[in-house]
Write a protein that binds this ligand. Structure first.
Ligand code: HEC
Ligand code: HEC
Ligand code: HEC
Ligand code: HEC
Ligand code: HEC
Length: 491
């Protein structure tokens, strides 16, 4: 009996040979494609390595030999820039001009040890130098300040015998000067460097900072919605077998924001307790407030940052919550990362290079925004300006309200009110101050999430005015004064 093919004039051995040839060719082509692909990836990551870089290579100039284009742009962070709202605000210290522009800030911060000699915030190239210079003029600071101002990982590994988190925790009781001297011995003194964001073997993005890794794990373990972080949602759904690890679980796109979240965040740093990112309840202002309210110092006292010099309220100080505010905006929700706007691609012949001159995107609208938004540069800038101006004006309203609260507290004290009688009003001062400061300390003047910023400012003004009412009615029966939670939605 003949097979079907043989009936058509093909003998079985010929068919088999043909099949084998086709298979061999297919395998050959596949291998070639894989090879081409590997070469491409190699070209992208390894390029030509002229200099060996390792986990201990904190000097960016060494890396610069291998990746000159990225290094060139990185070096440009030493160039001073300025925009209408960008480049001069700073939250750790109060710029003279900012105090003049917003006098209520000074009143709100009475009792907070801020630096007298303020230097403008500048590019990444200056982060260590600027901290050292401020350092000379203020009260003693914790060694953990270096977490976000230097390429500090080799020192942490040394202090923790290989365990970087233990190394970081060991620095909080050391003075800034001691730790800074050790840094210079171990890793040289460099600001944020290539090794802080890149794996020296693969050049893949990675995070290194123990404070961030601990913080992002707390966020993963919470039940706060994180629609902007798909890998975290997936981790939550898939049984949480191992702790959430940004370097393993994070998507490439998420890493493009995580690397910045190592530093551009709210934190607490002093000798009283180890460096803390308050993300146990989520990233929104009210959620972080809740986390701080549940925090106790090692001696059992309720957490606070400083005691207000006039009212005695124990209040919170906010620091640059860019990662947190961004998380609430439409850009984060649409998968637009920090690097998309602050490190956009530059064309360089056939390759694309990420601009390591990290700066205000308003100086670079063409590459930072117009890749997605097809409006003129002028139109885009004007939209940003509109958002920022509205945010600025709403913030001034908050400032007026908190000054009114402080005045009412002063008057009540002068009339004989005791601290116990004023306690509810002081609690409202803490809430109002936290929200106002949150938006003032955030560096985008509301742009990263305009509606969220407006909501936080609205709450700030409301709490300040409620506090004012309570303070004014200190000697009247409770019913005539507004109760703290009367209008605020419990969240
Ligand atoms: C959609 C684009 C976009 C994204 C995404 C974005 N930013 Fe921004 N960012 C801006 C704009 C616009 C400003 C306002 C700049 C100005 O006023 O000059 C800004 C301001 C800043 C500033 C202050 C800059 C200065 O010159 O004073 C910092 C710091 C910052 N962003 C960090 C971040 C971080 C960290 C992330 C991610 C967590 C992020 N940004 C995500 C657009 C973006
Ligand atoms: C979690 C990261 C982090 C820690 C910890 C940290 N900083 Fe910063 N610091 C930043 C970031 C981000 C900026 C830039 C944004 C800004 O100025 O608001 C900054 C800005 C500053 C500036 C302003 C720079 C200038 O000259 O304008 C000073 C000064 C400063 N920090 C000092 C300190 C001191 C002192 C400590 C320890 C108490 C400290 N920092 C701890 C992240 C951090
Ligand atoms: C190791 C901590 C650290 C990391 C990581 C980091 N920053 Fe910064 N950044 C700082 C500090 C500190 C300053 C203030 C430096 C100074 O004023 O001396 C700063 C300043 C800035 C500025 C203001 C620049 C200027 O010219 O005024 C922008 C914008 C910014 N960072 C965005 C980012 C973005 C986007 C990322 C992620 C790609 C990032 N940063 C990663 C610590 C960090
Ligand atoms: C604050 C974090 C940060 C630092 C510091 C940093 N980079 Fe990058 N780098 C990035 C990000 C974000 C990308 C984009 C990667 C991506 O999208 O996968 C990138 C991309 C790269 C790439 C891949 C090609 C490209 O341009 O997109 C190279 C190579 C590179 N960086 C080299 C360096 C060198 C060299 C240094 C030190 C001089 C450095 N980087 C410092 C964040 C950083
Ligand atoms: C990778 C793409 C991408 C980049 C880059 C980008 N955007 Fe957007 N932008 C979006 C998306 C997506 C939305 C959401 C609305 C939509 O779907 O069109 C949005 C919304 C906005 C809005 C309205 C929402 C709001 O927050 O008020 C403004 C204003 C805006 N972008 C400005 C900018 C500016 C300024 C830059 C550069 C600094 C920028 N965008 C960069 C994708 C991008």
């Amino acid at each position: 009996m003949k097979t079907h093919v043989e009936q058509q004039g093909w003998s079985l051995p010929v068919v088999l040979a043909l099949v084998l040839v086709i298979a061999a060719v297919t395998i050959g082509i596949a291998a070639l494609l894989v090879n081409i692909n590997e070469r491409k990836t190699e070209a992208k990551t390894a390029s030509v390595r002229l200099v060996e870089v390792t986990e201990d290579t904190t000097d960016p100039a060494q890396w610069g030999v291998n990746w000159p284009k990225q290094y060139d742009s990185y070096q440009r962070t030493a160039i001073a820039t300025r925009t209408r709202f960008g480049g001069h605000g700073g939250s750790e210290a109060l710029p003279a001009e900012k105090i003049e522009r917003d006098p209520w800030l000074k009143r709100m911060f009475l009792g907070y040890a801020f630096s007298i000699d303020y230097r403008d915030r500048r590019g990444h190239a200056y982060m260590l130098q600027d901290q050292e210079q401020t350092q000379r003029l203020t009260k003693p600071q914790s060694g953990s300040c270096l977490h976000c101002h230097a390429s500090v990982m080799p020192l942490y590994r040394k202090l923790g015998n290989g365990d970087a988190k233990a190394g970081l925790d060991a620095t909080h009781k050391l003075t800034y000067q001691e730790t800074n001297a050790m840094l210079k011995e171990v890793g040289g003194a460099h600001p944020v460097s290539c090794v802080d964001c890149h794996d020296p073997n693969t050049m893949k993005l990675r995070v290194t900072r123990p404070g961030f890794i601990e913080g992002i794990q707390k966020l993963a373990n919470s039940d706060a919605p994180v629609p902007h972080l798909p890998s975290m949602q997936q981790w939550r759904e898939s049984g949480r077998a191992n702790p959430y690890d940004p370097n393993v679980d994070g998507t490439r796109n998420e890493m493009r924001s995580y690397v910045c979240g190592q530093c551009h965040v709210e934190y607490y740093c002093s000798s009283k307790m180890p460096l803390t990112f308050p993300w146990d309840k989520g990233l929104r202002a009210a959620q972080m407030e809740e986390a701080w309210n549940q925090t106790k110092f090692p001696d059992g006292e309720q957490f606070f940052d400083y005691k207000h010099a006039e009212s005695g309220a124990k209040v919170l100080k906010a620091q640059h919550p860019e990662f947190e505010l961004w998380s609430q905006g439409v850009h984060a929700r649409s998968g637009v990362s920090c690097a998309d706007c602050h490190m956009p691609y530059m064309r360089d012949g056939a390759t694309k290079v990420s601009d390591h001159w990290v700066r205000s995107p308003l100086l670079n609208v063409n590459r930072a925004c117009q890749t997605c938004h097809h409006f003129s540069e002028e139109e885009i800038k004007s939209r940003v300006d509109q958002i920022q101006t509205r945010n600025f004006e709403l913030m001034q309203r908050g400032g007026v309200a908190i000054v009114a609260l402080l005045d009412a507290l002063q008057a009540a004290k002068a009339a004989g009110a005791t601290e116990a009688q004023l306690a509810p009003a002081l609690e409202l001062q803490r809430k109002a101050q936290w929200r106002l400061d949150f938006i003032a300390a955030e560096n985008s003047m509301g742009f990263h999430a305009p509606q969220e910023a407006a909501m936080v400012l609205g709450e700030a003004t409301d709490y300040a005015r409620q506090g004012e009412l309570v303070a004014r009615g200190w000697n009247q029966p409770q019913t005539t004064a507004a109760k703290p939670e009367q209008t605020a939605a419990a969240r």
